[in-house]
Design a protein around this ligand. Structure first.
Ligand code: FAD
Length: 476
């Protein structure tokens, strides 16, 4: 009988084990995607997510049609629709790529239990490089520190990617399907997606092109380039990995093959790239073992931390109006393009949790709503990391100085000028901390602080002392 392939965050033909193995059997294949906003425990998609998902599904449905099959779209409780589609086409198998979040696993298990005995379920490893159960410490537990995790997993080469299926057999009839337009995923009134659309092309094809460009032009200097927020020097594959439009196995092996062939690519460059991909795995393993990563402090000492309720400060941070140019540039890059450079994510994260003493959960929620790569494992793990409560966290007392970070990572103010154009006319010596520039410089640049651009909402020195004092209280 036919095989239903239920697709989730794996919207690709290339290296998609569930799809490939289903196609290989020669039996009819029914690809299914469910927009599930009803099952318990699943997080609602953010606004930027929805924009991406719409375009991604459009692209993926087209690719599937090119291979002779059709994507069935359903909206509602996953369990109801999986059972219904299996019934409708008389399927005798359900194939999926594995998920790691607790609530998603619960749903998958419940569906497996509810199926008739003659429906076989097969699940595959597709979206992370190493299964959580396969990476254990000597005492059998899981790694809470990244470096030993990396040492352990780097001993095993991830499996080779699987080629895309050449075609699919069709069932007699396809099940009833929604159309994408029924789902209203795109923003209207106002349509704020213009900046994002200019910056991104969702879909597998764009992902593959970006990976080639990265390997061709950027990999060689990646170990330095990844610290240049003002340049387009990182892979920018994070949203494609988030939605599974590219497989981490493909990214890993393609980069590895390039590095093997091109002598100009130093070991440090390819190693650094692999280490970043492995951070992604590390976060997934944490989420797998600590299911409440998105809501509870990993280090429960932080349960007693006195975060501040400061709606005004939170708003200023969200809008990129804190008066700290590097922070504001980052927050505006996020708002305009749905993405932010990693270095700047750390700077704005430190600023929110330490300078403003606002709970990491507020920052995580804002990123979740606005990032196109907002990822349940990486966003939650990285926010806990920067806020001090995470596994292998950056120690709370190591507080980023937004001025020296800005001088070091955006020395010519190129990143700031791109996203905070009202400061464009300031000389490099003044652009990192305009309030210290002096009247003459500001006047020459034609900038009135407090009018054209805000004065800093906190003094970093004072804020730092306040944060350290708050930390003393829970240090125990
Ligand atoms: P590259 O430099 O090209 O890195 C290669 C790949 O490695 C990335 O595509 C990504 O998949 C992975 N990667 C790199 N750095 C990290 C990291 N620190 N943790 C996990 N994976 C990493 N990344 C997300 O994918 N989704 C998120 O929601 C997310 N939220 C973050 C929140 C905060 C506060 C911080 C500090 C970091 C967050 N990151 C998140 C990690 C990182 O910033 C992005 O993965 C990276 O900026 C993506 O750009 P890139 O693809 O060009 O990265």
């Amino acid at each position: 009988g036919p095989i239903v392939v239920w697709l989730r965050d794996d919207l690709r033909l290339d290296d998609n084990p569930a799809l490939a193995h289903a196609a290989e059997t020669g039996r009819p294949v029914v690809p299914l995607y469910i927009l599930d906003e009803e099952s318990q425990g699943l997080r609602a998609l953010g606004a930027a997510h929805k924009w991406w998902l719409h375009h991604s599904l459009e692209h993926f449905a087209r690719s599937l049609r090119g291979k002779g099959t059709q994507l069935t779209l359903r909206r509602g409780k996953a369990k109801d629709h999986v059972l219904d589609v299996i019934e409708a086409v008389g399927a005798t198998a359900l194939f999926v790529n594995r998920r790691y979040e607790e609530s998603a696993r619960k749903i998958d298990n419940a569906i497996e239990k509810a199926l008739r005995a003659d429906v076989a379920v097969e699940s595959f490893t597709a979206n992370i490089l190493h299964e959580p159960e396969s990476v254990t410490t000597q005492s059998g537990g899981y790694y809470k520190v990244y470096t030993p995790f990396w040492k352990k997993v780097s001993q095993t080469e991830p499996r080779d990617p699987i080629d895309p299926p050449t075609g699919f057999s069709q069932p007699g009839t396809f099940p009833a399907s929604d159309t994408l337009d029924d789902w209203d995923l795109l923003p209207t009134k106002p349509d704020w997606s213009g900046g994002i659309a200019k910056f991104w092309t969702p879909g597998e094809k764009a992902a593959q092109e970006r990976l080639s460009h990265f390997c061709d032009a950027l990999l060689e200097d990646y170990h330095n380039g990844r610290e240049r927020p003002f340049a387009d020097d990182t892979s920018r594959l994070s949203p494609y990995l988030r939605w599974g439009e590219i497989s981490p196995y493909r990214a890993y092996h393609t980069a590895s093959t390039y590095a093997g062939r091109r002598k100009t690519i130093p070991d440090e460059a390819i190693r650094t790239y692999k280490q970043e991909l492995v951070w992604r795995d590390f976060n997934y393993h944490l989420l797998y073992h600590f299911g409440a990563l998105g809501s509870d402090n990993f280090n429960d000492r932080f349960d007693g931390f006195s975060w501040k309720q400061s709606p005004k400060d939170l708003k200023a941070w969200q809008k990129g109006m804190t008066g700290y140019p590097i922070v504001d540039a980052g927050m505006r890059q996020l708002w305009q393009t749905g993405w932010m450079h990693n270095r700047v994510r750390m700077i704005v994260g430190s600023f929110l949790t330490k300078d403003l003493l606002i709970d990491w959960r507020r920052g995580e929620a804002w990123f979740w709503d606005t990032l196109v790569d907002g990822d349940i494992a990486s966003n939650t793990a990285q926010w806990q990391w920067i806020g001090g409560s995470g596994a292998d966290a950056q120690p709370f007392f190591r507080i980023f100085n937004p001025i020296t970070q800005s001088e070091r990572f955006d020395p010519d103010g190129r990143y700031i000028r791109q996203f905070v154009p009202e400061l464009e006319t300031l000389p490099n010596t003044a652009i990192h901390a305009p309030w210290e520039a002096g009247e003459t410089v500001l006047k020459q640049a034609g900038i009135a602080l407090g009018e054209d651009y805000p004065k800093p909402i906190v003094d970093h020195g004072d804020a730092r002392s306040r944060a350290l004092a708050a930390y003393e209280a829970i240090k125990g």
